[in-house]
Design a protein around this ligand. Structure first.
Ligand code: NAP
Length: 225
């Protein structure tokens, strides 16, 4: 698959780029082509140091859209609307939102927009033909970037487009250790987005870094990679 990461130079974008580019072609998008190129070079170097081949390059956000099948919106919620306003060509593309709107106080709380979730708000900002999925909300950037450890986490995926959801679930499970789970329609996305403020609060208050989650059941399941 060809994956374009909008804001791919950021905390989660860089980590996703290093993980996905081992199995797919990845374009790190940015508002600044030089920053994107430097980030791609640095990610490639980190992988090469570990003798891991990758397909990775940097470009402007618009080019990442133009040359990819799956677009990941790896930018903070506050910048999503102004960023999407200036970008074109998302019709027919799968768009993935890992976006969690939240506020940090003495704990971190979920602060959804009036639509009910970032996913539902982003749906309104995208062209109707864009195929939106909410996914990858609960894996911390530090875990994506820690190339020595597998990502043994559950990834719930919410979408109103069942075919797009299946593709994103396959994308998630292309990373060894990740188990993708059908999280229901887009209107269920608030339940997924609110898990991350909980994980961060638990981490802050219990002195634990980069907390994540794996849902378990007696039937097991899971992706052993
Ligand atoms: N960090 C995590 O652990 C984590 C975990 C799960 C989900 N998420 C979600 O993933 C998303 C990205 O999080 P992050 O921590 O990676 O964010 P981040 O590092 O703060 O920023 C990501 C990128 O956003 C772009 N950006 C910054 N200011 C912008 C602006 N004014 N307009 C447009 N783009 C701007 C930058 O890319 P350029 O300067 O290159 O354009 C930046 O590298 C968030 O929605 C977050 O809720 C994060």
């Amino acid at each position: 698959m060809k994956i374009g990461i909008i804001g791919g130079t950021g905390s989660i974008g860089e980590g996703m780029a290093m993980r996905f580019s081992q199995h797919h072609t990845v374009l790190i998008g940015s508002r600044d082509v030089q920053k994107a190129g430097e980030c791609a070079t640095e990610c490639t170097r980190k992988l090469a140091d570990r003798k891991i081949p990758c397909e990775l390059s940097g470009c402007l956000n618009q080019e990442a859209i133009d040359r990819s099948e799956i677009i990941i919106l790896a930018i903070p919620y506050a910048y999503v609307a102004p960023t999407l306003k200036d970008l074109r060509g998302l019709e027919g593309n799968i768009v993935v939102s890992p976006v969690n709107p939240m506020v940090k106080a003495d704990y971190v709380y979920y602060a959804p927009p009036p639509e009910g979730s970032a996913g539902l708000a982003i749906r309104k900002l995208l062209p109707p033909a864009a195929r939106l999925c909410v996914a990858f909300n609960t894996i911390a950037a530090g875990r994506w970037r820690d190339l020595e450890s597998p990502l043994e986490y559950s990834v719930p995926v919410c979408s109103d487009d069942e075919e797009a959801k299946q593709q994103v679930m396959r994308l998630a499970e292309s990373i060894p250790g990740i188990e993708a789970l059908d999280g229901g329609p887009l209107r269920a996305s608030s339940m997924v987005e609110t898990l991350t403020p909980l994980l961060i609060t638990l981490g802050m208050r219990n002195n634990r870094k980069d907390m994540g989650m794996r849902f378990i059941s007696p039937q097991g399941g899971g992706n052993k990679g």
